[in-house]
Structures are given as structure tokens and as C-alpha cells.
Design a protein around this ligand. Sequence first.
Ligand code: IMP
Length: 197
Amino acid sequence: MKLIIASNNKGKIAEFSQMLSPLGYEVLSQKDAGISLDVDETGTTFEENAALKAEAVAKLAKDCAVLADDSGLEIDALGGEPGVYSARYGGEEYKTPEDRNNLVLKKLEGVPEQLRTARFVAVLCFVSADGKKISVRGECEGRIAFEPVGDAGFGYDPIFVYGDRTFGQHLQILKNCVSHRARALAKLTDILKKEKL
Ligand code: IMP
């Protein structure tokens, strides 16, 4: 099955491709599908934003299923921030993922290890070629490091500790087994199989 990933985020597209290609899906980025679109994420929940992105791209995708991911990092000591604002945390001033990682670390200065609990959340919204919509959520619990370590993955991976090291240090193949995105995708592929979509 051909599947367009409704995203311009290279990190997400690479992970979907790594996880879905072995299952026989042909993963296309928006660019591959000739769809140039940057959807405004005006929702206040991951569910709303994933649906906004999936529906906007599905309107332009001819006879092809679409998968959108809205994801982010929830940090307990920051009341759930950056949450749905993870991609633009801190506003214009914080341009790069490194800037945003440093902002998080600054806000957590003085917070001890046991209170640095956090989770990555991913909500996937799938729209089939004939317009059927499915939404699923995956979460991955961890904690925030004291400094960025490792250069694997993308975004907040260097400061997210899973087990004894950051996602930036883990092999990508491990992240793809346990991540928020992997867990949501496992739920989705189960549903797609059961519903023969
Ligand atoms: P959005 O879903 O386009 O709003 O962006 C999600 C943002 O959350 C990304 O730009 C990253 O900053 C962050 N994020 C989501 N998933 C991951 C992940 O697997 N690793 C690191 N950062 C992530």
C-alpha cells in the first residue's frame, strides 16, 4: 500500500520509512507525492493537530492513503510543557533543536533526577484512500538528562533519557521498537490488518 506521510519533518519521515517499509508499505513524503503544504497547527491537542494535518493532505492526495503524526515532549516539572508546542517551544528566538534543548535544560536547572520525569507522545491520524479515518496514541516514558548527549535521532532525542542513555545515544533500531511513534504505529497496523484496510 502507498502511504503519504503528512509531514515535512525529515526525522519523522525517516522513522516511518524505517518502520513501515519492512511491513510492505511504500512510504512517500509529501515532497515525493508533489504536495507542497505546511498546515497551521491551530489545535490545542495532539489529536486535533494530527487530524488537521491528515485531512488537509488527504484532500490533495489522489487515491492514496495519508498518515499524519502530531507529537511532542511532556515534562512533568514544567506542567506538561512543551507539549503540542514542542516544535516551536520558546518562540522565534529559539530557532534550532539545540536551542530548544538548551531552553528545556535551563528551565530544569536545580530539578533533581527523580523529578525530571517526562514522556514523548505521538498521535497518528490515518486517512484511507476512500476517506476512512483512524486515530491512535502512543507514549514513551523517560526523564530529562542534565546535558544533551548523542547525535542519533532528531529534536529532543539528545536530552530524553530512556533506560540508561538518551535516545540520542541509543541505536535507531532500539528507538524504533520502543518509541511513542513505534507504539502508536503498532496499534494502527493492528487496526489496519483487522479492518483489512
Ligand atoms: P509536530 O508534530 O510537527 O508539531 O512536531 C513535533 C516536535 O516534537 C518535533 O519537531 C520535535 O521537536 C518533537 N518530537 C516529536 N517526536 C520526537 C522524537 O521522536 N524525538 C525527538 N523529538 C521529537
